[in-house]
Each structure stands twice: as C-alpha cells, then as structure tokens.
Design a protein around this ligand. Structure first.
Ligand SMILES: Nc1ncnc2c1ncn2[C@@H]1O[C@H](COP(=O)(O)OP(=O)(O)OP(=O)(O)O)[C@@H](O)[C@H]1O
Length: 229
C-alpha cells in the first residue's frame, strides 16, 4: 500500500531577512512515514533552521513543505500551529520547558494545544514516566527545578504525549557525557519505534548516525532532485 510521505519539501529556498545570503536551497526531498533519519552538518549549516521550517516556526522564503500529504508551510499561522500541535512533536536543543509551570502543566499544555485533552492522559503520562525512569513525584515539581537530564526526558514526554506522526529533535545530547548520551539515544529510538513516529534528528556529532536507518548531510540535501529541475 502506498502511503503519503511524512514530509515533502519542494523548491525550498530560505534566507533570514536581516541576513542577505541564501541559507537553504532544497529542490526536492521526501521523508517516508516511520523512517528514522539523521541529518548532519557543521555548525551554521542551517540544521536548526531546517527543523524550524519543518515544524512551521519559520516559513520558507519560497517553495513548499507538505506534511502527511497536505499543505503545511502554505497554511496561515493559526492553521499551521494547529497542524503542528496535532502531528509534530519537537524536542529543542534547550528543551524549552516553561520554567514557572509544573512538569505536569508543561505536558498538559502540549496536549491542550493539540485540541484533544485525552481522557487517559494521566495513564499515558505515568507510562512514559516509567519507561523513562522518571519519579512520578516529579510531575508536581516546577520545571525550573529539574536537572538537565530530567528536563530532557520531560521534553521527550511532552513531545510524544499526543502520539505525533513526526518527531523532530534538535541536538539534545550536547550537554551529556558519552554514557548518558548512549542511554538517551536508545531510549529515544525505542520510544519512537513503539509510537511508529517518523524521527528527524539533527546533530553535528556524526558518531550518532549509527542509531538511525538513514543519514543525510546538509550538503547532500541541497542537491536532491536538482537534476530534475
Ligand atoms: N534569527 C536569525 N536571524 C538571522 N540569522 C540567523 C538566525 N538564526 C540563525 N541564523 C544564522 O543562520 C545560519 C544557520 O544557523 P542554524 O542555527 O540553522 O545552524 P546549525 O547548523 O543548526 O548550527 P549549530 O550546529 O551551531 O546549532 C547561521 O549563520 C546563523 O548565524
């Protein structure tokens, strides 16, 4: 059975308004559903920018990004926000938890923005906490009081709580030592496989590529489909 690609990028060009140079030029690129993909590239090559475009925090200067077979980057802001909340989980480099809210409130906020506060939210929360070896008592702790490792795991729970089809992860291991990094990667891969999510993971650390089914560099992305233009 043919399934629609999780992500389809066509003729994408991107430049920051206050920075004249074109940063991204991706002619034609698809990511299939369920795939785990590692995107590497040196610092400044546009990895975080690409993820921000895919999750709709930025819009292309020109070109299109479709998500799950439907328009995404072309949608108006609120529609795009709603589609992101429903279908895309994001783990940022700095985790971006809301510091003055409790862990539970941080996760509930993500469920709320997806438009469906699921009845079994608490059950799912506790299940994730068990899998990630997080104490349930942490649920009522203020997010600013968590250790870096705890913040990272809570950020994963928040990203996965709505069972998104697509999980986008930006360099989450830079603050970890080698053992903690390996444990984190195994946990992330296991959770995304259980969830059957498409995983996009960016890092400048090519040592992590072995965890993924596919690996592409930012330089290769710029040439995909170029011959057919
Ligand atoms: N808001 C912005 N306005 C203007 N330029 C920006 C902005 N954000 C990033 N840039 C520039 O765009 C380029 C790509 O940045 P980006 O953060 O996407 O790269 P990266 O590959 O993720 O880097 P790193 O591995 O260091 O995180 C850099 O030159 C950066 O200075």
């Amino acid at each position: 059975m043919l399934t629609k690609p999780a992500i389809h990028v066509t003729n994408l060009h991107f430049r920051y308004q206050d920075n004249g140079q074109e940063l991204l030029n991706i002619p034609d690129w698809q990511v299939e559903q369920g795939q785990s993909l590692f995107i590497s590239g040196p610092s400044g090559s546009g990895k975080s920018t690409l993820l921000n475009l895919i999750c709709g925090a930025l819009v292309p200067t020109s070109g299109n990004i479709d998500i799950l077979g439907g328009a995404f980057s072309q949608l108006r802001g609120t529609q795009r926000d709603a589609k992101r909340a429903k279908h895309i989980g994001v783990v940022f480099q700095q985790f971006n938890l809301i510091p003055y809210l409790s862990v539970r409130q941080n996760i509930q906020a993500a469920a709320y923005f997806a438009g469906a506060v699921k009845q079994n939210l608490d059950v799912r929360l506790l299940d994730f906490f068990t899998q990630l070896q997080l104490e349930p008592a942490l649920l009522d702790r203020q997010a600013s009081l968590l250790s870096v490792g705890q913040q990272q795991r809570v950020a994963i729970v928040r990203a996965l709580i709505n069972s998104p089809e697509i999980l986008v992860v930006d360099e989450p291991t830079s603050a970890l030592d080698a053992n903690a990094r390996d444990a984190f990667m195994e946990m992330l891969l296991k959770l995304t496989q259980t969830n059957k999510s498409t995983l996009l993971f960016v890092s400048h650390d090519s040592a992590l590529a072995g965890y993924f089914e596919q690996h592409i560099s930012m330089a290769e992305l710029s040439t995909l489909g170029a011959e057919s233009l």
